[in-house]
Design a protein around this ligand. Structure first.
Ligand code: ADP
Ligand code: MG
Length: 211
């Protein structure tokens, strides 16, 4: 995956939200992304997702990434149908396994439960975990984009989740946006996005290839 001198601008914005982004990430690397609110972390995710095009430079990324957005974006139907948006043919057993991995063990008997408009019948943390389970169901996604998946979780719950994800996603490239520095311990590489600029904070094993 590679960004080569990328500028990206949201429609109508006066300034690009990402500027001069230059990074090459080998397949299988787990990347933590930190930085202040409004710094451009979700913009980086949008560019890798292909949702926001580069106005300058070149983006190379796998074609069908799995994406867990910062705002869970559930639709007003059952848990099963929300999960099946990612995997229309998935068996209930696969859905239950994804829920377990996302931190909702024992939700097998809630597949028929409606989530309410925009997920309003669930707590923020539950909605986020259903959205995470949905992202984990995208089959064969080489790239998994997780935008603040632990925002509503307490520290021990978040850590347990990240340990499970580390193992379950060991063959995938993972971009994990987080506002908690402690969570960067689970990553191979740490990037910081601030003022639209990306800097490498930690690259202990030399996993990043200089752009
Ligand atoms: N969907 C969007 N449409 C327009 N502007 C956006 C959108 N998402 C983010 N921005 C703008 O891009 C800049 C970076 O925001 P963002 O990438 O969301 O930061 P972070 O995720 O680090 O908090 C901000 O100025 C923000 O207002
Ligand atoms: Mg964000």
């Amino acid at each position: 995956m590679e960004l080569a001198d990328v500028d990206a601008r949201w429609p109508g914005a006066a300034e690009p939200a990402l500027r001069g982004a230059r990074v090459r990430i080998p397949a299988g690397t787990h990347v933590a992304v930190v930085g202040p609110s409004g710094g451009g972390k979700s913009t980086l995710v949008a560019v890798l997702l292909g949702a926001l095009g580069a106005e300058r430079g070149r983006v190379r990324a796998p074609e069908r990434p799995a994406w867990c957005p910062q705002d869970p974006q559930l639709v007003s139907t059952t848990i099963r149908e929300n999960l099946r948006l990612a995997a229309p043919d998935a068996s209930d057993q696969r859905l239950v396994e994804a829920l377990r991995l996302a931190g909702l063990p024992g939700w097998g008997d809630r597949l028929d439960t409606p989530v309410g408009a925009g997920g309003s019948a669930l707590s923020g943390g539950e909605a986020q975990r259903v959205a995470l389970a949905r992202a984990l169901l995208v089959a064969d996604a080489e790239l998994v984009l997780l935008d603040e998946p632990t925002a509503h979780l307490d520290v021990p719950t978040a850590d347990a989740l990240l340990v499970r994800l580390r193992r379950a996603l060991r063959d995938r490239t993972v971009i994990h946006v987080t506002h908690r520095w402690s969570e960067t311990a689970h990553a191979d590489v740490v990037l910081r996005v601030e003022g639209g600029e990306i800097t490498v904070v930690r690259d202990a094993d030399g996993a990043l290839i200089p752009g």
